[in-house]
Design a protein around this ligand. Structure first.
Ligand code: ATP
Ligand code: MG
Length: 449
């Protein structure tokens, strides 16, 4: 342990030994050195947290020593002792990496405070390094370079190893399940990741799926059944579509969250489980809470940590890299020699809005890879809905683009209304007056009266 270890460097024996004695009385582990060279030798095996060095010493000055120490180990903090009034030297020492300075004669209480602060700084730096190492070791398949994805990953990394429940929200196809996998795989939990979709299982079966049942608990229960919570014990349970959890089960789930106990159907006693709970939803739970379909107390328990995945259209910069990665993946799977996209195809992919998010993009790429005969996927392999994008028109400026869209919609509405303006206006949800104004503005021919 480095904490609490101090190295004192001073060419004056009296000085260093007095200081050593005082610091030992404060429960520090102390070593002393008479000059810089000796100090550097000691550092290798002693690994101090803090070095206190006199400035004026023969051969190597205190500042030179600090530079050498920092080169060896930047985490070691140094305090330099200068003669009274030598502020320039002190400032120089701090520029070279000293934590602080103290003037002679040493005020011991002040020195004590400095040592504590320097040690704290060191501890924080060490913790940061450990955190970074932990961060870089996270296991995931999440692709993306947008700030949103970076922030998402940093949250995943910070919370993966905790036991706190996590609620993941995001539109369909945004990668919620991928986050679940990343959280579990980086959690260090040895048990299984068990996934269960509350919307896919009939409500009357959900309870036995989750909590299990005893033999003879109901007609048909010929054998005991282990619930998903037990299967996930020591690992993670993922409850997908939590918004569809039947109300009566919500209170049972709340109890699991509060007590870490489950009660199989027909059992006479609860038993403990240790499963990390992750839930996901693409519904607006606030509304379900308001309408009384979702328990607010359960919501608050589950959303201790909330991870919201933004839709792909809000992080379009991720589209090219996702498309290229999916292309590689599918080219591999279908054994095709495809290198990527033409720049025009990539541009079209990148300007679409993706209501189905990444899943939709992935489908388009898969289809294009299957259909492609050449090394680069071109525009002809992309579905037509991608090609008539208003985004392409934006080059003409906002007003012209909006006008073009308006004209198109008005024309369509008029056609569908058989040319009857009242009806067309209704379809467009605008007043007839507004419609007439727009017709004039865009130079539509007025129907003969
Ligand atoms: N950032 C990403 N990097 C790579 N692949 C992704 C990413 N996000 C999503 N995907 C892929 O997109 C598809 C859909 O993702 P996923 O199933 O996780 O979405 P979801 O949010 O759970 O959707 P739903 O609400 O419909 O269940 C998967 O094939 C997944 O691998
Ligand atoms: Mg999902």
């Amino acid at each position: 342990m480095t904490e609490g270890k101090i190295l004192i460097v001073d060419d004056e024996k009296m000085q260093r030994e007095t200081l050593a004695k005082l610091l030992k009385m404060e429960n520090y582990t102390v070593r002393t050195a008479a000059n810089g060279t000796e100090a550097l030798n000691i550092i290798d095996q002693f690994m101090p947290a803090v070095v206190i060095t006199d400035f004026r010493m023969p051969e190597m000055s205190g500042v030179e020593l600090i530079e050498a120490v920092k080169k060896k180990n930047p985490l070691i903090e140094a305090i330099v002792v200068t003669a009274y009034g030598n502020i320039d030297i002190a400032v120089d020492a701090m520029k070279k990496g000293a934590y602080d300075f103290i003037t002679k004669p040493i005020d011991f209480e002040h020195l004590s405070v400095l040592i504590k602060k320097a040690s704290e700084k060191r501890t924080i730096a060490v913790e940061n390094i450990q955190l970074k190492e932990q961060l870089s070791s996270i296991k995931h398949k999440i692709i993306g370079q947008s700030d949103a994805i970076k922030e998402l990953l940093s949250v995943v990394k910070r919370v993966a190893a905790t036991d706190a429940p996590v609620m993941i929200t995001g539109e369909s196809g945004t990668g919620k399940e991928l986050i679940v996998d990343a959280l579990h795989n980086s959690s260090g939990r040895k048990g299984n990741l068990i996934k269960i979709n509350a919307a896919a299982i009939p409500p009357e079966l959900l309870e036995s799926e989750l909590f299990g049942y005893e033999k003879g608990a109901f007609t048909g229960a010929e054998n005991k059944r282990i619930g998903k919570f037990d299967l996930a014990s020591g690992g993670t349970i993922f409850l997908d579509e939590i918004g569809d959890m039947p109300y009566n089960l919500q209170s049972k789930l709340l109890r699991v969250l509060q007590e870490n106990m489950v009660m199989p159907i027909g059992a006479s006693m609860e038993h403990p489980i240790d499963a990390r709970i992750i839930v996901a939803t693409n519904q607006n739970l606030d509304e379900k809470i308001k309408s009384g379909e979702f328990r607010s107390d359960l919501y608050y328990r589950l959303s201790v940590i909330k991870i919201d995945i933004p839709p792909l259209r809000e992080r379009k910069e991720d589209i090219p890299i996702l498309a290229e990665e999916f292309c590689k993946e599918f080219a591999n799977r279908y054994n095709k020699n495809i290198k990527g996209f033409t720049s025009e195809a990539l541009q079209i992919l990148a300007s679409y809005n993706y209501p189905g998010n990444i899943r939709e993009l992935k489908n388009y790429v898969e289809r294009a890879v299957i259909l492609s005969h050449s090394a680069l996927i071109d525009v002809s392999l992309l579905p037509s809905e991608l090609k008539n994008q208003p985004d392409e028109l934006v080059e003409d400026g906002l007003e012209a683009t909006v006008a073009a869209i308006e004209k198109k919609l008005i024309k369509k509405a008029l056609k569908e209304a058989g040319g009857v303006q009242t009806r067309a206006a209704k379809k467009l949800k605008i007043s007839e007056r507004t419609l007439r104004y727009k017709l004039a503005k865009y130079g539509f021919k007025q129907p003969d009266k």
